[in-house]
Design a protein around this ligand. Structure first.
Ligand SMILES: Cc1cc2nc3c(=O)[nH]c(=O)nc-3n(C[C@H](O)[C@H](O)[C@H](O)COP(=O)(O)OP(=O)(O)OC[C@H]3O[C@@H](n4cnc5c(N)ncnc54)[C@H](O)[C@@H]3O)c2cc1C
Length: 553
């Protein structure tokens, strides 16, 4: 090393770790035990019997090595291999070896279907808790787990379900590209979106001609087909009865590849470990599922499950971004004080912590409602709140990850650290499975289906907290918006979805969270203006107790 190099290194402090004001990586930690809102929510919503398992997984998923591997598989994303050495069409996607490790973890936790294949009290809540932890480490692998899980209740109604049931129930991931019949486990994807549009599915052009015995010949394309190496996809296509849903396997039972051509992989902003393809069906075989001509209804049912997972995935991203933000602020100094001790930074971090805790409480409340399908009120709540939460929580994750990145200053913007990946990952949950506006219009549809229940529920939330004028004002605003004509309601739909979520989050926190959290949440979200940037609230939010609860020292 020459003299100039040495001078630069000594001045920058790079020779002496700990003297350069740079922040150490997060050490190994237990993602379950360090998250008080998660632990309390799991207990409250009926998942307490699963806590031992969640604790074990919390430690495993919180390993710093796993975070490093997750970064790696997102840097070196999948590639398409259309032909084999001899020129035969194979349409295979190659992944970083770490991808199968994350899928193995997802399968071992049961996120690809345990709520259906091992049902029981708290099954949905426990799965949600796994999702909230896994999603903090690696989000791309959540996509195949979600699709597979959401397909199971639909497929379970088919008389031939028993032929694939063992593969769907298996906890041992099997990524081999061979017919399902030869595999331990399988994955299922979903194909609805076409070039001409994904929100209005009635415009779908792919079509199906009967082959006999429930099988059809599918021709057409899909503009987005995620998890293209899945063993089957549920796809929408026109047949003589309108639009129906078809189970389209990757391989046929006679050992031939089903002609589903992968044309190219999308070059995506985030979600880079996971592949999303454009596909062409060249007379692919598909088995009709659900009622003929009711394919959109069938797939909308599937979407009600995947939309809950979007809420869970976004909540996970917020949690990890917040943890990284608080960790950074506890180690980084400016102007002679740690960032965590600067009043303005405390206000920003507290605001972010409230968003994360409220999302966690809501996500687990929704998962609990999925565990209680026999209760009509829980079903109605699910119908109304899932699209509202999909809109609001997924949108908040975009802002939260951006703000947490800024807590890291310039380092937050650099790919060496975790913040760019969290930030890039956030918007997709808001777009796929029904984009923001489509979700808000769905909230209106749900409100129209059960107007009395909805009006009573909104009014009831305000009445339950009679001393909270902010809740009353939000409830009155909601009720007034829902009384408008159709165009007026549509224009107000985002406000309706947001206020519904805020009311429910406020109710959950007022009933279950410590007062330092609930008071700050209600005062900042339902009592004051200034919500356009984190930390810009006209009330002081931060306290030592709130910040310690968010992430222990
Ligand atoms: C990474 C990624 C992976 C994906 N994977 C899959 C997959 O595996 N399978 C699959 O089927 N799809 C997949 N999609 C597609 C996704 O579901 C669609 O992009 C999404 O549903 C929106 O459809 P679109 O892109 O055609 O937008 P459009 O339908 O053209 O909508 C554009 C915008 O208009 C808004 N809009 C639509 N109607 C209205 C209205 N009436 N009033 C007001 N606003 C409206 C929408 O909210 C949206 O913001 C994926 C997308 C991405 C980004």
């Amino acid at each position: 090393m020459n003299l100039e190099d040495r001078v630069v290194r000594v001045v920058s402090g790079a020779d002496k770790p700990g003297t350069d004001n740079q922040v150490p990586d997060l050490p190994d930690c237990n993602l379950y035990l360090t998250d008080e809102a998660l632990v309390e929510g799991v207990r409250r919503e009926g998942g307490e019997d699963r806590e031992a398992e969640l604790e074990t997984w919390g430690a495993r998923l919180g390993s710093a090595d796993l975070f490093r591997l997750a970064a790696e598989i997102n840097r070196q994303g999948p590639t398409l291999r259309s032909f084999d050495r001899r020129g035969a069409r194979i349409d295979v996607v190659d992944f970083h070896p770490g991808w199968s490790e994350f899928l193995s973890l997802a399968f071992a936790q049961g996120m690809h279907g345990s709520a259906w294949t091992a049902p029981g009290p708290g099954a949905q809540v426990a799965r949600a808790a796994h999702y909230l932890m896994h999603g903090q480490v690696e989000a791309g692998s959540l996509c195949p787990a979600t699709m597979t899980s959401a397909a199971i209740p639909l497929l379970a109604r088919e008389p031939w379900f028993a032929t694939i049931q063992p593969q769907l129930a298996s906890r041992q991931y099997d990524g081999r590209d061979v017919p399902v019949i030869e595999k331990r486990a399988m994955m299922i994807g979903m194909g609805m979106t076409e070039r001409q549009g994904g929100s209005d599915l009635r415009a779908n052009l792919s079509h199906a001609e009967p082959l006999g015995e429930g099988w059809f010949r599918l021709t057409g394309h899909k503009w987005f087909l995620s998890s293209p190496m899945s063993d089957a996809h549920l796809v929408l296509a026109r047949d003589g009865d309108g639009h129906s849903c078809f189970y389209m396997p990757r391989w046929l039972d006679d050992g031939r590849r089903n002609p589903v051509r992968l044309l190219r992989l999308k070059d995506k902003l985030g979600n880079r470990s996971n592949a999303s393809a454009e596909a062409e069906f060249e007379g692919a075989a598909g088995r009709r599922i659900g009622e003929p001509g009711r394919g959109i209804v069938t797939l909308v049912e599937m979407a009600s499950y995947t939309r809950l997972d979007c809420v869970l995935g976004s909540t996970a991203l917020m949690r990890q971004a917040l943890v990284q933000g608080i960790h950074h602020a506890r180690h980084r100094q400016a102007f002679g004080r740690f960032l965590i001790d600067q009043p303005l930074m405390r206000q920003v971090l507290a605001d972010l912590a409230l968003e994360s805790e409220a999302a966690t409480a809501l996500a687990l409340r929704l998962a609990g409602a999925f565990d209680r399908p026999e209760q009509p009120a829980e079903q109605a709540l699910r119908r109304l709140l899932v699209p509202a939460a999909k809109f609001w929580v997924c949108k908040r994750a975009i802002d939260v990850t951006a703000e947490c990145m800024e807590v890291w200053g310039g380092n937050g913007y650099v790919e060496d650290g975790p913040m760019p990946r969290l930030y890039r990952e956030a918007p997709v949950n808001s777009i796929w499975e029904g984009s923001g506006n489509v979700m808000c219009l769905d909230v209106l549809r749900a409100a129209r289906q059960e107007p009395q229940f909805v009006a009573q529920a909104i009014d009831g939330l305000a009445r339950a907290h009679a001393g909270e004028p902010g809740l009353r004002a939000a409830a009155d605003r909601l009720l007034a918006a829902l009384a408008l004509d159709a165009d007026g309601q549509q224009a107000m739909a985002r406000m309706v979805a947001r206020d519904l979520v805020l009311l429910v989050q406020a109710d959950l926190l007022l009933r279950h969270a410590p007062q330092v959290v609930s008071r700050a949440f209600v005062d900042s979200r339902l009592g004051a203006d200034g919500g356009d940037a984190f930390g810009a609230r006209p009330v002081v939010l931060a306290s030592d107790a709130l910040l310690r609860r968010a992430w222990p020292d």
